[in-house]
Ligand binder design. Structure first.
Ligand SMILES: NC(=O)c1ccc[n+]([C@@H]2O[C@H](COP(=O)([O-])OP(=O)(O)OC[C@H]3O[C@@H](n4cnc5c(N)ncnc54)[C@H](OP(=O)(O)O)[C@@H]3O)[C@@H](O)[C@H]2O)c1
Length: 255
């Protein structure tokens, strides 16, 4: 294990580590994204909650307000249908409200079908690529001017074990995660020594969420880590502790 991986897994985030940081989280209404948004807010971040289900975002908003954390912002966006102009519009609103962005956690994804490639549905393929890859590109591109206004910005993409080694039947999801790793590497290389923006990937590992239950319906979820238990590496890479770390693909759990 590398020193960086070790530091990420054992990171104990100080209370105010994210004070005055503005972090956008996609898929913030449920699963790992929800847990990450709550933890970021708890550590002082102003969180922009992006997701497709307004009620879920509002529930997270209420929880953050009840904690006495900085007031979050809601960004209801369906990543499957949003076009580049929608992301530009969101960037304009965030520019007016905050003037900068200190991080993006690209967390939202869909699983698609677990089925052989020669039977994979065309429309499911397109939906998975749209949500997991294209939307992450559109969002990152639109937010780049705001990220450049930060003194220390972190872009964190979410990968998967099947995005590092292909696995039968994982179809568009696995291919989308390879693309995610590739997008991270290209952007990290472009920004190395150019802008104070670092770009990395995180693989959460098996975590008890709706997506995991969809992929492994027979599994006993109580044997898995819960989303709130896998966050040290997220907070490490998104916040000040991860300054200078660029182009890495880390795990959030020991395998
Ligand atoms: N859980 C695991 O074991 C595991 C393992 C490896 C990698 N991952 C990765 O970790 C990330 C989080 O997964 P998770 O397990 O927390 O999944 P999850 O429970 O299914 O949550 C996914 C989140 O993404 C949102 N989302 C999905 N489609 C969207 C769209 N079209 N527009 C906007 N938001 C959308 C969902 O919103 P709604 O709730 O409104 O549908 C939800 O908030 C994903 O990138 C996944 O690939 C998870």
């Amino acid at each position: 294990m590398t020193d960086i991986q070790q530091a990420a897994l054992t990171y104990q985030c100080p209370d105010n580590a994210f004070k005055d940081r503005i972090i956008l989280v996609t898929g913030a209404g449920d699963g790992i994204g929800r847990a990450a948004a709550l933890a970021l807010a708890k550590h002082g971040a102003t969180v922009i909650l992006l997701g497709r289900t307004q009620e879920k975002l509002e529930a997270v908003y209420d929880q953050i307000k009840a904690m006495g954390a900085p007031e979050p912002a809601l960004a209801p966006v369906n990543l499957e249908v949003a076009r580049p102009a929608d992301y530009e519009e969101l960037a304009g609103m965030l520019s007016d409200a905050f003037g900068r962005l200190d991080g993006i956690l690209h967390n939202a994804s869909i699983l698609g079908d677990i089925t052989p490639l020669d039977q994979y549905g065309y429309s499911t393929w397109e939906a998975v690529m749209q949500v997991n890859v294209n939307a992450a590109f559109y969002l990152t591109r639109a937010m780049m001017p705001l990220l450049k206004n930060s003194a220390d910005a972190s872009v964190l993409f979410t990968s998967s074990g099947v995005g590092r080694k292909g696995r039968a039947f994982w179809g568009a999801y696995a291919v989308s995660k390879f693309a995610t790793e590739g997008m991270m590497q290209v952007l990290a290389d472009e920004l190395e020594n150019v802008a104070p923006i670092r770009v990395n990937c995180i693989n959460p590992g098996a975590t008890a969420t709706k997506m995991r239950a969809l992929a492994y319906p027979a599994e006993d979820a109580s044997t898995l880590k819960r989303p709130e238990q896998i966050l040290p590496a997220y907070l490490y890479l998104l916040g000040p502790a991860g300054r200078g770390i660029n182009g890495q693909s880390l795990d959030a759990q020991l395998r």
